[in-house]
Design a binder for this molecule. Structure first.
Ligand SMILES: [Zn+2]
Length: 139
């Protein structure tokens, strides 16, 4: 059985349950107010489009509500992240939410030791756009 499917039973971590979603305190959190929001149904992390419209809406509403609460309690702005590919440690779709002193650009730049902004040429924008569009429309 999936650890995240089961996590809804962990009363000491369960924050809120809606019709299709729930929010729990992350196990071994990065910091205080590190929460996770996920669908109740076991939807694969790689297949967000398996969510029904009702489930998606419910999940986004819960994320929105929890974001405001995290920000109120922490006096910082919240970051919402989802692992993908080789970074996934759980198959069950879930979003991490936690307060951060930095915005997403600063957070990633600091962590990855990258500049916060790079200049790319008009041609590179076009190249990137076309490669992504090709993938979108090739099926
Ligand atoms: Zn699951």
């Amino acid at each position: 059985m999936c650890e995240l499917c089961n996590s809804i039973k962990d009363e000491h971590r369960l924050i809120k349950e809606t019709k299709y979603s729930f929010c729990i305190i992350c196990k071994c959190p990065l910091r205080f107010w590190h929460l996770m929001v996920m669908p109740k149904r076991h939807v694969m992390q790689t297949n967000m489009n398996d969510l029904s419209l009702e489930e998606s809406h419910d999940l986004m509403c819960l994320l929105n509500d929890i974001q405001k609460i995290v920000e109120d309690l922490s006096n910082e702005s919240a970051i919402i992240l989802k692992n993908n590919g080789k970074h996934m440690t759980q198959a069950h779709l879930h979003f991490h939410i936690f307060p951060s002193k930095w915005n997403l650009r600063q957070l990633v730049a600091n962590y990855e030791n990258l500049p916060e902004r790079i200049d790319i040429s008009y041609e590179k924008y076009i190249e990137m756009r076309d490669k992504i569009k090709q993938r979108i429309y090739e099926n």
